[in-house]
Design a protein around this ligand. Sequence first.
Ligand code: 3YP
Ligand code: ZN
Length: 366
Amino acid sequence: MTTGYVWHELYGWHDTGTNAGLLPGSLVMQPYLHFESPESKQRFHSLVEVSGLAAHLTRIDPWSASDEDILRVHTPEHLARIKAESESPRGGDAGDGTSPFGHQGFAIAALAAGGASAALQAVLDGTVTNAYALVRPPGHHARPSTGMGFCIFANASIAIRRAQAAAPDLRVVTIDWDVHHGNGTQEVFWSDPSVLTISLHQDGLFPADSGYLSERGEGAGEGYALNVPLPAGTGNGGYLEAMRRVVVPAVRRHRPDVIVVPSGFDASCFDPLGRMAVTAAGYRAMTRILMDVAADVCDGRIVMTHEGGYSPTYVPLCGVSVLSEMSGVPVDVIHPLYETFDEKPEQALTPVQTAVLDRVCAAHGL
Ligand code: 3YP
Ligand code: ZN
């Protein structure tokens, strides 16, 4: 069993500029980094190297997604606009004013989509059993006609559509555990029963008015979008129960050939953009559950594509925990003080969380 790993130095060069969080630099507040700065992801990669994990992983080189690959998901207008703004010395914005990119940002966005695609291909052709594509910019909010929420192109969706172009019968389940709703992935596969899109997210966080249980796909895709909107404050107990009660039975019912996980670590207890409480041990345990069901239904095939996660010091710990579980390589980088968070009261499953899961199960016949 081998685990693939994608990283490219240029992912760290994707330039979101100076902002005070989301505010443009101005006299309102001292300019700082944009939330989606390189820090958390570059430091995740550093820890993969320095922990010794990298030596046990199979490095997969990303390629640049072709126009044809991007156009399976996005409109020609979106692609043309990103390319045009990318030529400007000042760069541009992917669509909503919060998704800036620098000069030549198109090239890095295409390399992110290509990194997800390379990881998926390596898993499907058997080069590796599973893989983690640590790409940047992220992708799960990007819609066919526009980027949004720090995303330019829909990396995971582009990878899946590319794989389906070669294997039209390919069945996929996406399990998005980023704290925000995976609206872009949901939209791409809205009418498509071949791809079951599941999103676990904080109820009502981002995008606005998105990620409700009532969103379930339409036409032939009716029932193949599955939202699990968890209440703010949910920790390992609620997330693991959602995995056991919703995700595992839904995966067994769909019988995918591969599981794709848009993986953000912004549901962690240290994240500045989420209000959830998942710990590194929680992410490891969620990974274990996915690996067990994947072993049963799809020979263990799992591809994770990196999304959000904004704690510069905790994202690396969560990421390395997931990679350690995926690869079976023991890595123990967690300081005992961090482990005290595994025992906090918010880690326990609550009746409110159980009631949400009851409704999700009832709505989807699980
Ligand atoms: C986009 C603008 C405000 C919240 C932000 C969410 C980005 C993210 O991590 N998405 O997964
Ligand atoms: Zn997020």
